[in-house]
Design a protein around this ligand. Structure first.
Ligand code: NCD
Length: 315
């Protein structure tokens, strides 16, 4: 694997190999000495043009666990136009001799420019680009689901027949897009659930079903309900009448949560708007995988960085 730009690029075997490699990485976390010497002497830059807490820290921990040298570049507030500043930053980094770039950018497609314009000739990992994709989030979600569903026998397994409802601001969500590709590649059945205004305009653009009635979807007892954050920073029009209205119809309220079968997993990529798309009772329950998703993110990112930097043949 040269770059990781999109979950849509991952086929089933590569996805399973990455998840299995993440399992190997997870095993090392139980050791007293967590650090592996694998990427010693390699430098990785985290190029963050957009706010981030967990993804940035998660990549940084993954890089440090693999003994890489880490450079953090936070470009927030740059006054240069986006295309130019990206090219300039890339060329600066190339001149400094970095070995890989992890990039988060507000513009969809920015990681592709970096990987394919010849500005820099190193592996590029997409850490979230606009509303387009967030492939490592999808991998950590798949990893979390696989572990919860198959438990200790999860290696080598896919998610055939697992039913996942992805609920909320699908339109602005790169998490929803990456999960739609990866989870279906792994055999899961995915349903997007949102107000009609927050569903993708092109109904056949993704290999998923699309619904507007959350209660109906919940009555069909999906194995997991993935709640999405309302992306207030990307919402510039009136997509729903009022937040209260949204919560009442599309939120995972206490009432809806209590009506779910006990085995239904509750997922959220974070950061959560508690009380808006998800209630605290659900977020803090035993069914919630929110903190597991964060913990698993480090293992999955270790696997991805290892794969792109060592060019393992089967990955
Ligand atoms: C997501 C993101 O940034 O796309 N967060 C994350 O990476 N954990 C989801 C979000 O911001 O809602």
């Amino acid at each position: 694997m040269q770059h990781l730009l999109s979950a849509a690029d991952l086929d089933r075997d590569t996805s399973i190999a990455l998840l299995d490699l993440a399992e190997d990485m997870a095993e090392t976390a139980d050791r007293p000495h967590k650090k592996l010497p694998t990427l010693r002497g390699r430098s990785i830059v985290n190029l963050f043009f957009e706010d981030s807490t967990r993804t940035r820290i998660s990549f940084e921990s993954a890089e440090k666990r693999l003994s890489a040298d880490v450079i953090n570049f936070s470009a927030k507030g740059s006054s240069v136009s986006k295309g130019e500043s990206l090219k300039d930053s890339a060329q600066t980094l190339a001149a400094m001799g970095v070995d890989a770039v992890v990039i988060r950018h507000g513009s969809s497609g920015a990681p592709y420019l970096l990987a394919h314009r010849g500005w820099i000739d190193v592996p590029v990992v997409n850490a979230g680009d606009g509303t387009h994709e967030h492939p490592t989030q999808a991998l950590l979600d798949a990893f979390t689901l696989r572990r919860r569903i198959h438990q200790t026998a999860s290696r080598g397994r896919d998610l055939a027949g697992v039913r996942v409802a992805i609920v909320g601001d699908v339109l602005h969500s790169r998490v929803a897009r990456s999960n739609a590709w990866l989870l279906t590649t792994l055999g899961a059945d995915v349903t997007f659930v949102a107000p009609p205004t927050l569903l993708p305009a092109q109904r056949d653009a993704f290999p998923v079903s699309m619904e507007t009635n959350l209660d109906e979807v919940l009555r069909s007892s999906p194995d997991a309900v993935m709640m999405l954050r309302i992306q207030k920073e990307r919402i510039h029009g009136a997509f729903f009448p009022h937040e209260r209205e949204y919560t009442r119809i599309w939120g995972l309220t206490a009432q809806r949560f209590q009506a779910l079968p006990q085995k239904t997993l509750v997922m959220h990529p974070g950061p959560m708007n508690r009380g808006l798309e998800i209630c605290s009772e659900a977020a803090d329950s035993a069914a919630s995988t929110v903190l597991e998703q964060v913990a698993n993110g480090v293992f999955v990112r270790m696997a991805v960085l290892f794969a792109v930097l060592t060019g393992k043949e089967d990955l």
